[in-house]
Design a protein around this ligand. Structure first.
Ligand code: HMG
Length: 460
């Protein structure tokens, strides 16, 4: 049985910090943020929002647009790493909010959990729900997977310039109008790591930035190796000895903690994929230097502890990224997926899927026929695990993609002053106040001081 994404919607908070203001306030070179990391704006939540509100807003949007009633939804999963409760799952909060609109107990039948594994957990939720559909358990109902997060780092930390917030809702079924996932090729890799983690009681993570960058690349590459074995053994893709698996992926979507990470990841994967192919010789000639090779066994610790290697390796990557071969591939397969991230920032679990949505919209706007194109996904979650999988765009995709309009999804945003941003970040605004009213949206109206119960309302 086929299974895939029938439709998707996004919800992005309407406040943002502009890098112009941020760079000035933190005395960071704006070119580092814009050219180095690829960040122009970061979405920030208002005082009357939390990750459950963001998720409910994205879920409501997709249900309304498709005229879906609660009885049509068999499963509602929320994936997040911004959870505010150790026990009560976020999908229960979202059900509570949706029932304010659809009526009491209308979701009573609907199963689901909150899933956690940093940014990769949405991909695990997607995979589990696709298998629920493939197993024939869905009985004509949809699964709704919502990825929702607030990426918040300590004030003044180097992670602070990679913040963002938002949610993506994905409607899954057995006759998807948008994308059908490839079967039996989903590949994972996992290891116990401390690159980025948020212990109980902390509302910002502990981060080892450069370690996390390198771990992301290595972990995704491991998953890609397994994906390769699977696509070849299932016969899905049959590359000849002088071809790379990336030649068969029309579009690549990577987890985007910041948009430049996608570009970095493409260079890393391409380098490892092409290294043993006949095309590598002419590439090395163009690059003009030998490829630096780390001493074996090259662990992240030994690599990071070797500044000479890091310097040579960065130089090699920079030269590789200047070649026509790299830039053609970047423009064709990746660049459109980075547009939304530049304007919104890191959405943790939702970043990969915001990127996918961005790629669809901006490739369609180039006038390209996307039907039949194979999409590769590189999902990464700190702690750490990666997942690589793929799918194919359906013939009916235009029904969905022609309505995608990021500009209107983020229209009328308000640019925060740094004072406003810091006040929100530090939680200094009185609980019953917010900068925006949140009209036609679910908002958080109260957190009871005596028992932490949360109250929400649809602000019509
Ligand atoms: P940093 O260490 O301050 O930045 O923080 P940097 O020195 O690495 O500079 C960044 C880039 O800007 C570099 O480019 C510089 O060369 C360039 P690269 O070498 O990487 O190609 N640069 C400039 N470019 C032009 N003009 C200039 C200039 N100056 C510098 N003047 C870091 C960067 C990402 C480490 C930090 O922001 C951070 O710690 N962020 C949070 C962690 C993170 O995002 N990690 C990413 C991988 S892990 C992941 O994705 C998982 C995550 O989403 C969480 C989850 O799974 O839940 C984070």
């Amino acid at each position: 049985m086929a299974a895939g994404i029938d439709d998707m919607s996004i919800y992005i908070p309407k406040l943002y910090v502009d890098t112009e203001d941020f760079a000035e306030a933190r005395d960071v070179d704006i070119d580092k943020m814009r050219k180095g990391l690829g960040i122009y704006q970061m979405a920030i939540v208002d005082n009357n929002q939390d990750p459950a509100c963001l998720a409910a807003n994205a879920a409501y949007k997709i249900m309304k647009r498709n005229d879906i009633q609660p009885k049509d939804v068999g499963r509602l999963y929320i994936s997040t790493e911004s959870s505010f409760d150790e026990s009560k799952a976020m999908n229960a909060y979202v059900v509570g909010m949706l029932e304010q609109v659809y009526g009491p107990d209308t979701f009573e039948h609907c199963g689901g959990v909150e899933t956690k594994f940093a940014c990769v957990s949405g991909s695990y939720a997607l995979y589990d729900n696709l298998n629920w559909i493939r197993a024939g358990e869905a009985d004509s109902q949809y699964a709704l997977v919502v990825v929702s997060d607030i990426a918040k780092y300590d004030l003044g930390s180097s992670g602070e310039m990679t913040q963002g917030a938002g949610a993506v809702a994905m409607l899954l079924n057995d006759e998807p109008r948008l994308l059908t996932f490839d079967r039996k090729v989903t590949a994972t890799s996992i290891s116990d790591e401390y690159d980025f983690y948020r212990p109980f009681g902390k509302d910002t993570p502990i981060v080892h930035g450069q370690y996390s960058n390198l771990l992301y690349l290595m972990q995704v590459r491991k998953a890609l190796e397994l994906y390769k074995t699977k696509v070849i053994s299932t016969g899905l893709i049959k590359p000849s000895p002088d071809e790379s698996i990336l030649d068969y992926i029309d579009y690549l979507n990577m987890h985007l903690p910041y948009s430049a990470m996608g570009r970095k990841a493409l260079a890393y994967l391409l380098r490892h994929e092409w290294r043993n192919l006949p095309r590598w010789g002419p590439m090395i000639e163009k690059i003009g230097m030998a490829e630096p090779i780390a001493k074996t066994p090259g662990t992240i610790e030994t690599i990071l502890a070797n500044p000479d290697f890091i310097k040579d390796d960065s130089k090699f990557n920079r030269l590789l990224m200047e070649t026509d071969e790299f830039n053609d591939m970047y423009e064709e397969k990746l660049s459109s997926s980075l547009i939304a991230s530049k304007m919104i920032g890191n959405l943790y679990t939702a970043s990969l899927y915001l990127g996918f949505r961005s790629s669809l919209e901006y490739e369609h706007k180039k006038g390209i026929d996307l039907a039949g194109k194979r999409i590769g996904f590189g999902s990464y979650g700190s702690g750490s695990s990666a997942m690589v999988f793929s799918g194919v765009i359906t013939e009916e995709y235009l029904d969905i993609v022609s309505h995608m309009e990021l500009e209107s999804d983020i229209a009328n945003r308000r640019r925060l002053t740094l004072e406003e941003y810091e006040m929100l970040h530090r939680g200094l605004m009185p609980a019953d106040e917010s900068l925006l009213s949140g009209k036609d949206e679910f908002i958080l109206t109260d957190v009871d001081k005596s028992n932490s119960e949360r109250r929400y309302a649809f602000n019509s």
